[in-house]
Unconditional design. Structure first.
Length: 540
């Protein structure tokens, strides 16, 4: 091998992107997030791993970590670090949270992690843990203009956070966790949990939380979000018990559902809890304490329903790192915009063309709304989804140009778009599938996932997306502006402004005029606006 080969290899890696790893050593489990950041800024998740280690188990009265627990954590941390490096990660960011920060022997544990696992671990404060949880949750939940209360129940602490999409407004860390309170109030408990002991856990939580959450009472929040394995498990059990099915994206955990789940959990032995539908067996022994924390905090804070997310500190580490080292990956966009942009880049879409189609589609939407052409296109949510669909309209072309419509819909449905609920994903996928053809009448299999309002909106929005794509038929950005204008009660004109001639665009719009007429019940006249005024070139 020549002397230049290693440098060449580094250049090839950098051209392909950079692999990053993030390790969170919690009180209950160790988590790994492995991602690749492309030069374009697109982020691809390579692996997510979680292994229960019970680092805080058996802690001494002064909080000292026990040798067996430290050894379990070191073995898992070393395995995760080896996995990350084998995948090409040259950066491994690792933190330790509650159990480690409370331990008087934390320095010895951190030194062993460095020596035996090759990890430089940063022990974070409770406030920093809350900040990372905020970053992780808000990077994957579309808050819009809402201010949210975030509850993150860990093994050794619980974080309370208030913030909106732009900034963190309040954060505190409570020294109450599912593993810690189990050891304190339910040591060795294998039978049903007596009601007086469950009540004692709740009283303790309220006592610890009282002074810290007083500032929360002055903050107005529009929604509550639960983050953590304990809350996810409670939501999974609630869906099975109360709804008779698996939990779905968009489901909320209500206070009434939580009450039912708690009654069931406390009435069962540990063995029976492990077998409960929806239960994570590895969490069955600490879930009662986790439920007590959640119920006590929902009581104190007046929370009646909790949205549930699987994002938290681990994802917050990624966001925090990218904000400094890879700012292009975030670009100051909303959660949904970043998710759409990253999917497009992973699939090598023509980004310039996609942005042009998006700009034109939204301009046509605004004109159609101003003209009152269709009531179903008048809300801002429809406008936003049309814009996202425009950015992704060719996302399946990297697999097959001929079948790109069908494949685009397939990619979108299975891409795990962050910040969108299942109905919104289904709507965007339907727009991609149908915007170059006549939408099926009635419900039909292609529209089965949509509600009645979405089915009524799909035709008009598909027609606008088709026109927008036609207006960049040459992919040269020739059309500088396109506007809809009323001609009479039966006809609408589309005025096309071009920097120079754009015959391909004009012909494509004329060919698509029939879809516009079907969707809006108006004929379409195509007019080219140039220096000599308006020239009518054709009619739909």
């Amino acid at each position: 091998m020549s002397a230049a080969a290693p440098a060449d290899a580094v250049e090839r890696v950098e051209a392909q992107g950079q692999t990053l790893a993030f390790v969170d050593l919690g009180t209950h489990a160790v988590r790994l997030l492995l991602v690749r950041v492309a030069p374009s800024g697109a982020i691809t998740t390579l692996s997510q791993q979680r292994q229960v280690v019970r680092l805080g188990e058996g802690a001494a009265a002064d909080g000292a970590l026990q040798p067996e627990a430290m050894q379990r954590a070191i073995v898992v941390a070393r395995a995760f670090a080896d996995m990350a490096r084998a995948a090409g990660a040259r950066t491994v960011v690792a933190i330790a949270t509650s159990a480690t920060r409370e331990a008087p022997n934390q320095a010895a544990f951190v030194e062993r992690l460095h020596r035996e696992a090759g990890l430089s671990v940063r022990v974070v404060s409770g406030d920093e843990e809350a900040r990372l949880a905020y970053l992780g949750v808000t990077s994957g939940v579309d808050l819009g203009g809402d201010t949210a209360l975030i509850l993150d129940i860990g093994g050794g602490s619980t974080e309370l956070i208030v913030g909106d999409a732009a900034r963190l407004r309040f954060a505190c860390s409570l020294h109450v966790g599912a593993l810690q309170l189990t050891a304190q109030f339910l040591p060795g408990e294998t039978g049903p949990v007596p009601s007086d002991r469950f009540a004692a856990i709740k009283r303790h939580v309220r006592h610890v939380a009282g002074p810290s959450i007083e500032p929360l009472r002055t903050l107005r929040v529009q929604r509550a979000i639960g983050s953590s394995g304990s809350i996810e498990t409670l939501a999974d059990v609630a869906a099975r018990k109360c709804l008779g099915r698996r939990r779905r994206p968009g489901d909320v955990l209500t206070r009434a559902q939580l009450d039912q789940v708690i009654l069931a959990l406390c009435a069962l032995s540990l063995e029976a809890r492990r077998a409960l539908p929806g239960m994570d067996p590895g969490r069955a022994d600490i879930i009662v304490a986790g439920a007590a924390i959640l119920q006590a905090l929902m009581d104190v804070l007046g929370v009646e329903a909790l949205h549930v997310t699987d994002r938290g500190v681990r994802e917050g580490l990624l966001v925090d790192h990218l904000a400094t080292a890879h700012p292009r990956a975030l670009e100051g966009r909303t959660v949904r915009e970043r998710s759409v942009l990253q999917l497009g880049r992973r699939c090598s879409v023509d980004e310039r063309h996609a942005r042009t189609v998006q700009r034109l589609a939204l301009a046509l939407f605004d004109d159609a709304r101003a003209l009152g052409l269709h009531a179903e296109t008048e809300d801002d949510r429809a406008r936003e989804l049309l814009g996202h669909a425009a950015m992704l309209h060719d996302v399946g072309a990297f697999l097959s140009y001929r079948d790109r419509r069908k494949l685009s819909a397939l990619v979108i449905r299975h891409a795990d778009l962050v910040g969108f609920d299942p109905d919104e994903v289904a709507f965007i996928a339907a727009l991609e599938r149908l915007h170059r053809k006549r939408p099926p009448a009635g419900k039909g299999p292609k529209l089965a996932a949509l509600d009645d309002s979405a089915r009524r909106a799909i035709g008009p929005l598909a027609a606008l997306l088709r026109l927008a794509e036609c207006l960049d038929q040459s992919r040269a950005g020739l059309v500088t502006r396109a506007a809809l204008a009323a001609v009479d009660d039966e006809t609408v004109a589309i005025d096309i402004s071009c920097a120079r001639g754009c015959p391909l665009e004009v012909w494509a719009v004329e060919a698509g005029a029939g879809a516009f007429e079907q969707a809006f019940g108006r004929g379409l006249v195509v007019r080219v606006v140039g220096g000599d005024g308006i020239s009518v070139t054709g009619t739909g």
